[in-house]
Ligand binder design. Sequence first.
Ligand SMILES: Cc1cc2nc3c(=O)[nH]c(=O)nc-3n(C[C@H](O)[C@H](O)[C@H](O)COP(=O)(O)OP(=O)(O)OC[C@H]3O[C@@H](n4cnc5c(N)ncnc54)[C@H](O)[C@@H]3O)c2cc1C
Length: 485
Amino acid sequence: MADALSPGATLYRPYGSVYPSLALPFNHRYAGIRPAGIVACATTEDVSEAIRWARAVGLPAVPRSGLGHNYAGYSTTTGLLLNMARMKSIVSTPMPGRAHPRVYGPMKVVHDAGTVTVGAGVTNGDLHPLLEDHGMFVPTGRCPSVGVAGLVLGGGIGFSDKMFGLTCDRLVATTVVLADGRAVKASKDTHPDLFWACRGGAGNNFGVNTSFTFQYEQFEGTVGFYQLRWSLDSVLPVIAAAQHIAQDTVGDRRFHLRLGIGTNGMTRTQIHANANVNAIGQYYGTVQELRAILDPLLKIGTTEERARNSASVRQVTPGEASVLLSATTPIDRFATKSAILDSRTLLTDQQVGAAAERLLDWPGSNNEDGAGFAMFALGGEINQVPPNATAFVHRNDLFVFAAETSWADYDLPDVAEANLHWLKQFYDDIFPGKSPEHAYQNFPDPTLKNWREAYYGRNYPRLVNVKRKYDPTGFFNYPQAIGTR
Ligand SMILES: Cc1cc2nc3c(=O)[nH]c(=O)nc-3n(C[C@H](O)[C@H](O)[C@H](O)COP(=O)(O)OP(=O)(O)OC[C@H]3O[C@@H](n4cnc5c(N)ncnc54)[C@H](O)[C@@H]3O)c2cc1C
């Protein structure tokens, strides 16, 4: 196969010096799953060659973009790993004719200013400089090293999604290499069923996407930013007030919120001292309007907390906001259990109290990311899209909820075990009796039994039809892959 690859591509075998770093996934929990070989692809043709070759020799082929952030290790394989990181092209095309400007307080947004086509190896962090340098914006997620590929294929939530839609809502076309090695373009006009599935149907189900074309916005001006934090003593009033705000602003495209509780440390003293409740986000409007929305939250806490929280509310450039809103997890080991919450399943004081109590009981680890939960507010443009218009079904909801825990490579095995056990208890305490119906497909939980319904709801049967048509033998496969039946 090596001879058939383009000059920019490389085949790595297990005995080489580069192999170990390329084989390692971002979540080291799955570091033991080692590929038979790795192709660093440079072109769509390389991907076609690699897939044809893998099929011919009877090996599975699995793509990895970014650093392999999949929570469940689904971008690992014992077969052929297709590393997409070299496909880094970013080409923008302004479309002045279609653009329509609007003013949101101190911010002028030119909607649909043009399109940008990115290679499958492009990460969130590769796109952020477009904003800082040229005012061009595509909604992505929080973590700079997450690949745009995995993000968009599973939906893509972030701090501008209520305003501009999910990352997948901005997609206008994608090139996909199918299981027989053919490359096709999927858009609303060509292979519309495949295009539908590529917007929320999750990665590695229908083919290997080698490029994505997004509509971008052009920004000029400033946005409101806030970052609030309290000790865990305030957890009940903060979560209650923030959920109210999220409900009141569900139709307000301008307001974005991520809410959470968390802690970190190794000893009981550290875990108690670091336990906190927090909120972060941005607003496309004036700081006065933002303060009015946040008012119930700004009144909570000690004098010191109120002063610090109030001072955090300020006007910044979109580029500064993007940096302030960015965050990542240390490259170590982590696990998550997610849920989609709507107005009927918002957390009660009892659920929040149980979560806070269990947080203080966290077994600890050497990963500074620690443990806790995060809630990403939904609404606005996301909920304007019908649940069956794309494969992303979660369209009438209020929050994506994620309970998480993390530990370090050098923690002892019993620390890993205690963390996984704790995560299950934490989730069960918050949702006693019955888990919420839905979960986020980009936060996959390998222990989730009803994942078909949870990730895809009523869209699952249609995803099966697309799978049958484009990958009838189920070549692209993993434990929670869309089935052919
Ligand atoms: C620290 C961290 C922060 C995160 N923050 C956010 C956030 O803010 N918002 C959000 O929505 N999500 C977030 N996520 C979840 C993230 O969207 C998913 O983990 C996503 O799948 C990662 O994509 P990737 O390409 O980096 O990962 P990978 O592990 O490379 O890929 C994920 C899946 O897609 C497949 N895949 C990869 N590339 C391709 C391709 N080119 N064609 C077809 N299939 C492909 C893989 O085989 C795998 O099954 C976060 C995850 C982490 C670990």
